[in-house]
Design a protein around this ligand. Structure first.
Ligand code: NAD
Ligand code: SER
Length: 331
């Protein structure tokens, strides 16, 4: 089945495509790069980051150090490699951005503007840039948050994501740059550590449960947030990039709901596997960020436009996370 679906994607993909991943060493990039290489071919996916790549990314295809704020070097790579698609993943996430507001704003916005301007000038075929549930704010309806609603984010990260959504839509309307985007919920994965976000507790908890049988959570027990397991996020990302352009009614960013749960609910799911596991709660500055984000969002537009779907629920994801992290820690 896996072979068939990979074959079907290959068949549909443009064999001439050359893909640039910016931010390949992060939580998403380290997995997305490998998946793209399976589909398009190892040599067709150029991985870049400001820091070294994980061994499997660096070892399976081209890798270059790139600071995406360096527009000249970005242009050189795009022209030299004849890049046709960009996945721009580099950003400073919510928790870290609150610690260094202005440098984070600069990285998040200037990197996007470099990518959009070069995409326009060089006629890059398609751009993926992720937005986030952080575009919503305390005045947004928290349950079944609609695609179109009040958006008054009060974090540096959220403001940068909302501004980014406006810019990618602008470049599509004004210059015809084919921009595509998802409002990712918190992403959960076992391969690469999360990058300084508010939803990171839902990754840390698994390592602590396995190693120490306890976890002190930086969010309170009832902080419900939308989350998504990485394989579903990778699939949704590639699906929206491969969707027929005519089917995309949105060029800002699509709501993606995933699975919503609280720290208390996740802890009781883990307890089914590790009965002695105990969770305590010491909320820090990230609690205020979590309180300003939706608990559950409505992703019906993505389902209707390009068939967004998920394979993992909370129970299936918890089982895989515990097994994979146990294996990783053993080896
Ligand atoms: P991450 O922090 O794990 O990875 C980001 C990568 O960008 C890092 O490897 C970092 O070295 C690189 N980077 C930072 N500055 C750079 C620069 N100047 N030049 C080149 N590379 C640079 O983040 P992630 O979780 O992989 O997130 C990727 C994208 O997805 C970001 O735009 C983020 O806002 C978005 N997103 C992530 C989540 C999540 O839960 N992980 C949720 C919503 C949206
Ligand atoms: N997981 C991300 C964060 O917490 C959401 O964009 O910053």
């Amino acid at each position: 089945m896996v072979f068939l679906s990979t074959f079907a994607r290959n068949f549909n993909s443009n064999w001439m495509d050359k893909i640039l991943v910016i931010g390949c060493s992060g939580q998403i990039g380290s997995e997305l790069t490998l998946e793209l290489r399976k589909i398009y071919g190892d040599s067709k996916v150029i991985a870049t980051d400001i820091r070294p790549a994980p061994p499997d990314v660096a070892g399976s295809g081209p890798f270059e150090i790139l600071d995406v704020l360096d527009a000249s070097k970005l242009q050189l790579i795009l022209e030299h490699e004849k890049v046709t698609q960009i996945y721009h993943l580099a950003a400073i996430l919510s928790g870290n951005a609150e610690k260094r507001p202005l440098p984070s704003w600069d990285i998040n916005m200037r990197s996007l503007m470099n990518v959009l301007e070069l995409a326009r000038e060089l006629k890059i075929r398609k751009i993926f840039w992720p937005s986030s549930i952080a575009v919503f704010g305390p005045t947004t309806p928290r349950f079944d948050t609609p695609q179109f609603t009040i958006m008054e984010p009060n974090t540096v990260y959220g403001i940068s994501k909302l501004a980014g959504e406006r810019w990618i839509e602008y470049y599509f309307n004004k210059y015809g740059v084919d921009t595509r985007s998802l409002r990712y919920p918190g992403l959960i994965s076992y391969k690469t550590e999360a990058g300084g976000g508010t939803t990171d507790y839902a990754v840390e908890i698994f390592y602590e449960a396995i190693q120490h049988k306890k976890y002190d959570c930086f969010l309170g027990p009832e902080s419900a947030l939308p989350m998504m397991f990485m394989p579903d996020a990778i699939k949704a990302t590639i699906d929206v990039m491969e969707a027929d352009s005519a089917k995309l009614s949105l060029r800002s960013s699509y709501n993606v709901a995933g699975i919503s749960f609280t720290p208390a609910v996740l802890a009781s799911e883990i307890k089914k596997h590790i009965p002695e596991f105990e969770i305590t709660y010491t909320p820090d500055f990230r609690q205020a960020i979590a309180n300003s984000w939706p608990a559950r969002i409505d992703d019906s537009v993505a389902k209707k436009d390009w068939g967004l779907n998920y394979q993992y629920d909370l129970s299936k994801m918890t089982t895989v996370m515990l097994n994979e992290i146990s294996n990783k820690l053993r080896s």
